[in-house]
Design a binder for this molecule. Structure first.
Ligand SMILES: N[C@@H](CCC(=O)N[C@@H](CS)C(=O)NCC(=O)O)C(=O)O
Length: 83
């Protein structure tokens, strides 16, 4: 496993989040999970970091990618994938 500063705001029931978790596992990246409430109105932590309430949200240092699994997966491949 490779240590990273990645934090994933997500929910286990969210298929887009599952795709991001799967990519993180494929790349052997250690990361932190913040599970968000099902009720959008209660997702204050997500709103604080990303200015919106959709998930998944990935934070990696200064990089914040909100509500777009395609962009998160592309970022992970580019930043941490083998080349
Ligand atoms: N375009 C987003 C879609 C993400 C999405 O629809 N996430 C759902 C959860 S699976 C969500 O946040 N829905 C709003 C809600 O839960 O209130 C992506 O590609 O990741």
């Amino acid at each position: 496993m490779r240590e990273t500063d990645i934090v994933l705001y997500q929910a286990e029931w969210c298929p887009y989040c599952a795709r991001v978790r799967s990519k993180l596992t494929d790349l052997l990246l250690a990361y932190k999970i913040v599970n968000v409430p099902r009720d959008r109105n209660l997702r204050t932590a997500v709103e604080e970091v990303s200015g919106q309430t959709g998930i998944p949200v990935m934070v990696d240092g200064d990089v914040v990618i909100a509500d777009d699994d395609d962009k998160i997966v592309a970022y992970l491949e580019k930043t941490y994938g083998r080349r």
